[in-house]
Design a protein around this ligand. Sequence first.
Ligand code: NAP
Length: 293
Amino acid sequence: MPIDAHTRFVSLLGYPLGHSLSPEIHNTAFQAQNINMVYLCMEVHPDNLKRALDGFKAAKFVGSNVTIPHKQAVYGLVDELSDQAKAVGAVNTVVCRYGKDGEVESLYGDNTDIRGFLDPLAPYAPGLRGEEMVIWGAGGAARAVAYAMLTEYQPVSLTIVARNVEKAGLLAEYLSEYDQQDALKVMPFADATRQVRNSRLLVNATPLGMHSQADATPWQVSEEFSAGQVVYDLIYNPQNTRLLKEAATRGAETLGGLEMLIRQAAASYQQWTNQEMPLDVVREAVKRRLASQ
Ligand code: NAP
């Protein structure tokens, strides 16, 4: 589809903007479905964020993704918020809502990381409800993941394993209203052996194991993993991290972060286009891109 006077814009807002797979994901899908939209990376300084959002209205954008460091700031700048965005206090997707006059009436902020995280877990869902669970890490992704685990699976215990226990405590406090069963606990790595051994779902929300430090893992003692566990690494490059390889060797089910990345994109895409993202075409394009890096 050629870019012409009718082409409509979707952006990725971040600062600074490093390498991102999002343009590949969305532009592949637009082309596959013959949709006259283009996805662009926009590096916007935090001081200019409000002006950029006003620009979406003026230039009649379709919407935007939001990445580091703007997710919290955009939360405070949009006109309406989804329940998920409210729950985690962060926006990763903006949808421009149009009035009858064809002008953008309001900006709607959503957080699709929650659906992105949960969709790949759906085949395991029946075995996860009410079980013990662990998250390594207490940053932005951990917040969305912990909310998703609490509300979808009602775990009997959900232990946030972190090097900064105070920060993890603030995360637990933030999510306390969704913690009906008093499941949330906070623990340093050195104390979490029993929790790791007994958990049914374990999620890596740290950067330990990503391409720049591929020998790293959030959990050194692979003997603690076993069949019956699901080990989910949010890292998508490499696709098969040291954590996943070691967990698989011990018989655990494993999930990498690439599918989460694609599913959160699909949840945004659906809101911008009213179409389901062609997942197979996108998966192929993204894997090709990763292989060529
Ligand atoms: P973040 O906000 O920076 O949080 C990272 C967390 O990991 C923090 O709790 C940090 O601890 C901890 N951490 C970092 N280095 C550590 C180390 N050496 N030992 C122990 N803990 C360490 O990052 P994020 O946005 O949550 O992202 C976390 C990971 O998830 C990244 O690898 C990211 O690529 C991945 N992710 C994937 C998707 C996807 O769609 N697949 C989406 C979001 C994120 P401190 O607080 O003490 O620094």
